[in-house]
Every structure is written in structure tokens, then in C-alpha cells.
Design a protein around this ligand. Structure first.
Ligand code: UD1
Ligand code: UDP
Length: 358
């Protein structure tokens, strides 16, 4: 059996690392990198550190408007499918690379397997919501991280091919956090940044809804970070970097340590060592939860509703006051963390076993 897997953005490399390892004994997998992310620290570092098989194709699509980026991917993925004639097209999550892969395959009658199916924010203005809804509706296998995702699909009339695999990001945290903790060249990150575990907060910002507000929106967020009693370490996504640099230059913020994006192993160490995470990332909200680190999500809604229980994850409006208030005064309920709705860390094996049966 031959699987073509589409990846393109940072979180997809991380998800593919564990699933590709599980697929290796049961099928032939060709990885296609769309080139959506291309900076070394947004792409190559993950392939190298996480031992992901080298992509058989890099489509070099790069950045662009949604239509241009998705359209170019669609054309180039179609060529790959015609050349490789896969039995299955495997896609992850909700990026433009996900939709392009699913659509190209569906139009050529290649069955689509969607990992992280059924997630919903119920905000159709989000590009990710459009991508995931459309992808789910043309997938044959829908691997859901949680029961909530299964229920979401049912509301849209999708029941065939749906299963709860658990969350592949839990598999990757369980596997790679230990490796990171045992690697002195990675644990050196604390010393390099001059921080001590549990005495700093970790933030990331990259979502369109955050950056669309321009410089003023970033300044509002940074004013809250500036007032927090611990340093805020901020590995900055390239989308947000120009605004973040302008905000710091304009307002002279001193409590924000802006750093380049880091590799996944260092990111796991930064997350596990933080006393709190503040983020608009989907993946990081959950990683914080997996590692018992309280999270403030800088968004109006979250797809990962399980993390909200016991205030382990709390939504904050993008205002200085709300972010500061939630960051300073949220109390977590320790007992609420005992339930594990994201599976048993073996999601990748379940997905590989299900696909191997085809
Ligand atoms: C994309 C996904 C988002 C996901 C995120 C993960 C879509 C619509 N969005 O958002 O769901 O959460 O990836 O990180 O697919 N850039 C660089 N170098 C890079 C990559 C991007 O400079 O290697 C800059 C470019 O200016 C680009 C901008 O970042 O225009 C945005 O990149 P893009 O891939 O379009 O969206 P993300 O914000 O990364
Ligand atoms: N991440 C990383 N380095 C960074 C920032 C994030 O390795 O500098 C990891 C993070 O741990 C998580 C994933 O990237 O596993 C999340 O990706 P991102 O926030 O870009 O996308 P989203 O999850 O929101 O789609």
C-alpha cells in the first residue's frame, strides 16, 4: 500500500514525525512538503531533530494570499498524485496545505485520511475552520483526537469512517519531551536565555486574528506582558516578527524576551519549564495541558474545549486589561486535570493500523 502524505507547516511536521514512524513497518509512505513554511527554523530543523523521512517532493510554494497559495499547491499536488498513483492521501490539521492535499486527491478519487478531524471553532471567518470543515467533508478516514470531535462531525452528518484515535500531539510530547530532557545541548536553552524553570512565562503569537489588528493590537498584548511579574519569553513566528519588533522599538518594553522560533525539543523544554503559557496557537494550548502548565489563550474561542475544564486554559480578549487579569488571577483546579480526554499516547499506532487494513 502506498500513502502520499502532505505536510507544509510547522505543526504538521511535528504530527507527521510520530505517524510516519508508525507507518514505516506497514506501508510505503512518500512525504510531500508543499513549502508553505520554508525558513530553516520553521521547517528543516523539525525534519532533522525529529528524524522525519526526507520529503520525496518539495513543491516550493512559499507564502502568498490564500487563493494563490492554495491554488498553486493544488496544481502541484495533482501532478504528484498523477505520477505516484497513491492508494491513500494523508493530511494533517487545518492549514492551506491540508485543504490543497485533500481537494487534489478527492478530485482524482484518491481516498483521503484526515488526522485531527472534527475540530471546530464554529468561527467560519478563520481560514483554519474553512480548511478543516471542507477537508472533513471529503475524507474517507476521519481520525479524531477526542470524543468532542466525533460529536462535532455527527452534527454535520458525518459518521462513516469516523474513529477516535487520540491525539497524535500527545504521542509526540510523550516521546520527544524525554529525549529533550536527556539532551544537555537542548537543556542548555534555559542558561542561554538566562531563565530558570518556573520563573518565566512562555508566549507565542501568529494567528491572523491577532496580527490583523496591526501594531496597535500587538502593543495592547505587550502592555499586559510588560506588567507581569515574570519575564515573558516569546519565540516569534515570522508572520508576527515585524509588528513585534516595531512594538518593542516604539514602546521600549523590557519584560518581553523576543527570540527566534526554536526547534521542537527546545520548545517542549520551554513549555514544560514555564509557570504559564500565553498563546494563540492551537497546538501549544494542548501541549501546556499535557505538561500541567496553565494556559491563557489569546482568542475568542478554542477548538480544544477539553482544556478549559478547571481553568487550566482560559480565553482572554485581546485587551491589556483582560490578558493581565486572566494571567494574574486565574486559579486552576488540580482535580480537574485527572481526566485524560486526548487518548493514551498511542494515536499514531492506531492510525497506522487502521490504514494498514485498507
Ligand atoms: C499557517 C496556518 C495556520 C497554522 C500555522 C502554523 C494556514 C491558513 N495557516 O499560518 O493554521 O497555525 O501555519 O505555524 O494555512 N513566513 C516566513 N517564513 C516561513 C513561513 C512563513 O517568513 O517559513 C511568513 C510570511 O510572511 C508569510 C507569513 O509568515 O506570509 C504567514 O505564513 P503562512 O504559512 O501563510 O501562515 P501562518 O501564519 O504560518
Ligand atoms: N513550536 C516550536 N517552536 C516554536 C513555536 C512553536 O516547535 O518556536 C511548536 C509547538 O510546540 C507546537 C507547534 O509548534 O508543537 C505549534 O505550532 P503553531 O503554533 O505554529 O501552529 P498551530 O498549532 O497553532 O497550528
Amino acid at each position: 500500500m502506498k500513502i502520499v502524505t502532505i505536510v507544509g507547516a510547522r505543526p504538521q511536521f511535528i504530527k507527521a514525525s510520530v505517524v510516519s514512524a508508525a507507518l514505516k513497518p506497514v506501508c510505503t509512505e512518500l512525504i510531500v512538503h508543499t513549502g508553505q513554511h520554508y525558513d530553516r527554523n520553521m521547517s528543516d530543523v523539525f525534519f532533522e531533530e525529529l528524524s522525519i523521512p526526507k520529503p520525496a517532493y518539495n513543491l516550493g510554494v512559499g507564502s502568498g494570499s490564500h487563493g494563490h497559495q492554495t491554488g498553486e499547491m493544488l496544481m502541484k499536488i495533482e501532478d504528484v498524485i498523477l505520477e505516484e498513483k497513491p492508494d491513500v492521501m494523508l493530511v494533517y490539521g487545518d492549514t492551506n496545505s491540508t485543504l490543497a492535499g485533500a481537494l487534489a486527491a478527492s478530485k482524482l478519487h484518491i481516498p483521503v485520511a484526515h488526522v485531527e478531524a472534527g475540530l471546530r471553532s464554529y468561527n467560519m471567518r478563520m481560514p483554519e475552520e474553512q480548511n478543516r470543515v471542507l477537508t472533513d467533508h471529503i475524507s474517507k478516514w476521519l481520525f479524531c483526537p477526542t470524543q468532542t470531535a466525533v460529536d462535532n462531525l455527527k452534527k454535520e452528518g458525518i459518521t462513516a469512517g469516523v474513529s477516535v484515535s487520540g491525539d497524535v500531539m500527545l504521542d509526540s510530547v510523550l516521546h520527544f519531551l524525554k529525549l529533550a530532557q536527556e539532551n544537555p545541548s537542548k537543556t542548555a536553552i534555559y542558561g542561554q536565555l538566562g531563565i530558570e524553570p518556573k520563573n518565566y512565562r512562555l508566549a507565542t503569537l501568529h494567528r491572523a486574528e491577532t496580527t490583523d489588528g496591526g501594531l496597535d493590537a500587538i502593543i495592547c498584548i505587550f502592555r499586559a506582558f510588560e506588567q507581569l511579574p515574570q519575564l515573558v519569553v516569546l519565540p516569534i513566528h515570522p508572520r508576527t516578527r515585524p509588528l513585534a519588533e516595531q512594538a518593542i522599538a516604539k514602546c521600549g518594553f523590557r519584560n518581553i524576551k523576543l527570540i527566534d522560533p526554536v526547534g521542537y525539543l527546545e520548545m517542549l523544554l520551554l513549555t514544560s519549564g514555564a509557570c504559564q503559557v500565553l498563546t494563540d496557537s492551537g497546538g501549544l494550548q494542548k501541549e501546556a495541558w499535557f505538561m500541567n502548565v496553565p494556559c491563557i489563550t489569546l482568542r475568542q474561542e478554542t477548538e480544544w474545549v477539553e482544556t478549559l475544564v478547571g481553568s487550566w486554559n482560559v480565553l482572554a480578549q485581546l485587551t491589556t486589561e483582560d490578558i493581565y487579569e486572566k494571567a494574574m488571577h486565574t486559579q486552576v483546579d488540580l482535580a480537574a486535570h485527572e481526566r485524560m480526554p486526548f487518548g493514551d499516547g498511542k494515536a499514531s499506532e492506531k492510525i497506522a493500523a487502521a490504514l494498514a487494513k485498507t
